[in-house]
Ligand binder design. Structure first.
Ligand SMILES: [Zn+2]
Length: 99
């Protein structure tokens, strides 16, 4: 079992492979047939989640000067008003990851 950390943002599901230090995003709005669309794996160097809020940052280089920021989607989401459908099921996630 690969150790994974999963964050839901409004428009994608972020999957972090904490062992190999790589991540990918599965896009919620774009699916081809029944298959979710996901990005390729990209390396990352750290993950910083705001303990007080819903924002998180992905470090794209070793000294953290390149960052990707996003927000976790919540039921009462401030970013999108909460109208985006919630989490992917584990089965959907697996089917997106094996491809
Ligand atoms: Zn949202």
């Amino acid at each position: 079992m690969v150790p994974m950390q999963v964050f839901e943002s409004c428009h994608s599901t972020w999957v972090f492979d904490t062992e190999r230090m790589r991540f990918r995003r599965i896009l919620k709005d774009a699916s081809v047939g029944a298959h979710p669309v996901s990005t390729d794996w990209r390396p990352y160097f750290g993950l910083e989640a705001d303990p007080e809020g819903e924002s998180f940052a992905v470090l794209l280089n070793e000294d953290g000067t390149r960052l990707l920021r996003s927000w976790r989607h919540t039921t009462d989401c401030l970013q999108c008003g909460g109208h985006v459908t919630a989490e992917m099921s584990r089965a959907e996630l697996n089917s997106a990851l094996v491809r």
